[in-house]
Design a protein around this ligand. Structure first.
Ligand code: NAP
Length: 256
């Protein structure tokens, strides 16, 4: 069995790669940092191929797909992604469009292309890394939350299409709350609540994806939070999220 893992150079993606490798999977790993990819390839041993690519660039998304073509990939892990912090009118437009390219466009393209291949052989798994953020609006991280809302709306729709066809292919979405990775450094904030480990998130994701479940939500608090969010009006939820995000800023300032 072989998996393509995007964003394998760090955090959740690296942990997912390790979990799959431990289960005997062959891997194709991608990320922008080629040195880290090479180290990981050495560390994991076995059948591991690497391809460096910037998924903010559409042609590089197709380059990754082309690299995988004919290699009988059984699982796509759409994990690459990042967040940006700040008021909507203040965040840099180019950074934001790059984020949308990685979090939405690359995931969309790879999901479509691999789904077509998987359906031809009636076998395969797609694991989309969404977020608990995908179930709400996120003032001060508005575009990031919106990008994860896209994944949270797209994935169940595909899941249902496949279920109706009694397909051997399944899609899963990982929806974690805070995870202790490089994510916050890149977004320029610190967590205001205790994060789970990337290993814990990855184990949940891999187990649920292999068993063809739609949801992979690690941890009871986040499960309850997502469930609870269904009963709260969007406007109130946005006010609560503002306070959480603002808390991150305050936590960062108090670290200085
Ligand atoms: N950490 C959290 O609290 C949390 C919570 C919920 C969901 N998530 C989601 O989990 C996923 C993984 O994030 P993480 O927490 O593991 O963060 P991370 O440690 O920063 O890892 C992000 C990964 O995405 C890759 N990536 C970023 N920009 C890229 C680009 N332009 N092209 C190709 N690859 C790119 C990075 O690789 P390179 O730098 O080598 O390109 C890296 O491997 C993301 O989709 C994130 O939204 C994270």
């Amino acid at each position: 069995m072989k998996a393509l893992v995007t964003g394998a150079t760090s955090g959740i993606g690296m942990s997912i790669a390790k979990k799959l490798s431990d289960r005997g999977w062959a891997l194709i790993l991608t990320g922008r940092n080629e040195d880290v990819l090479k180290n990981l390839q050495k560390q994991l041993g076995g059948d591991v191929e690497i391809i460096a690519a910037d998924l903010a660039k559409r042609e590089e998304v197709f380059k990754v797909y082309g690299f995988c073509k004919g290699k009988d990939v059984d699982m796509l892990v759409n994990n690459a992604g990042f967040g940006l912090f700040g008021k909507f009118d203040e965040t840099d437009l180019d950074d934001e469009l790059n984020m949308i390219n990685v979090n939405i466009t690359a995931l969309h393209i790879l999901t479509k292309l691999f789904l077509r291949d998987f359906k031809k052989k009636n076998r395969g798994r797609i694991l989309n890394v969404a977020s608990a953020a995908g179930f709400m609006s996120g003032p001060l991280m508005s575009s990031y939350y919106a990008s994860k809302n896209y994944v949270v709306k797209l994935t169940p729709a595909i899941y249902e299409e496949l279920r109706r066809e009694k397909s051997g292919v399944a899609v899963t979405m990982l929806c974690p709350g805070p995870v202790d990775t490089n994510f916050n450094n890149r977004a320029g904030v610190v967590f205001s609540m205790k994060p789970i480990s990337p290993d814990y998130a990855a184990e949940c994701a891999v187990q649920k994806a292999l068993s063809g479940k739609l949801f992979a939500i690690p941890g009871l608090t986040v499960k309850l939070g997502i469930l609870g969010s269904k009963f709260v009006p969007d406007k109130l939820l946005a006010a609560v999220t503002y306070n959480i995000q603002h808390g991150k800023l305050k936590a960062k300032e108090s670290q200085k």
